[in-house]
Design a protein around this ligand. Sequence first.
Ligand code: NAD
Length: 366
Amino acid sequence: MLKAEKEQQAVAGPLTQMGVFDHEQVVFCNDNATGLKSIIAIHNTTLGPALGGTRMWAYANEGEALTDVLRLSRGMTYKAAVAGLNLGGGKAVIIGDSRKDKSEALMRRFGKFVDSLGGKYITAEDVGIGTRDMEYVRMETKHVTGIPPALGGSGDPSPVTAFGVYMGMKAAAKERWGNDSLNGKKVVVQGVGNVGSHLVDHLVKEGAKVSICDIFEDRIALVSKKHSSVEVVDGNKLFDLDMDIYAPCALGATVNDESLAKLKASVICGAANNQLADEKLHGRIVMEKGIIYAPDFVVNAGGLINVYSEVAGFGTDYAMKLAENIYSTTASIFAMSKQENIPTYAAANKTAENRIAAVAAIRTKR
Ligand code: NAD
């Protein structure tokens, strides 16, 4: 074997394991002047430009950053596809501590990096990145969303996300109880931050019996003051509670061996990303237990719909209208899951893949 071939194999091994060759394009930026170390991963652009936020995180090493950006960008392809948007999946990471390493120059250099892809990738905010940062990015590229309303952006996505989760929950209730009313249903909302608090508004309005928990007192106080009927529960004892619906709106991986051993809910539907600790394993267990799991990336797509409005040029009213479709999308995923005897997350993945394949097929026709 030639030396060059050997070297190629040595690189291709780990990169293949990371799933690099599942992606259309992965680009790196290393800029000594500003200290920017960033990776943009474009997973799939069959449906449209790859849109996904930028995460700034103090990754332990470059490999960890690469793994994260590959995984997250792939997730965006599926989320956009199942939401019916003309968007592909992409994501960016910046390696660094967002509290210490950020500067105007660094964010503007990142904007130039985004711009170098000519609109194939459109950025937005994610963990560690705020609207102010996006303003700097916008000085160097027009391929950016999630900018403040004062600058013509779509603003806080949480109300649209919460409405979409509410729609998904109603579809799940219909699947479980034959009626989509949440009136009288015991719903436990874990995490009453931006999305959770808006979700509580919808639930209370519909007459659900809502319990909440959060690690921050001020969040609890805000919601309790607004809704006297809401019960506050101890987050540590959440899975001992009697409930109809569990709504995870804080962190991922809360649907795991431990919680499933105790969980009394018949429906799981919330805003948090990556709720299943192990998608294959826990997706299957949930199904076997007869729990209706509304896939997270299907019901929390409202945030993406909201930023998409900046690309497609529509307002909040239409974003809400699109988020309303989450009801029928979720219902069709439940139907596929039943028909094919597959977990709901797998039905959601298949729905996304089918749409991408169908659109790819018409592209080849004249
Ligand atoms: P947020 O930070 O405003 O709210 C999360 C809340 O959860 C906070 O109040 C926090 O104190 C609380 N929390 C953290 N750990 C907890 C725990 N162990 N128990 C109980 N509460 C806990 O975030 P958000 O914007 O409301 O998003 C909530 C979730 O939804 C996140 O997982 C996010 O990734 C996902 N999501 C949000 C959007 C959006 O539009 N904001 C869109 C899609 C997905």
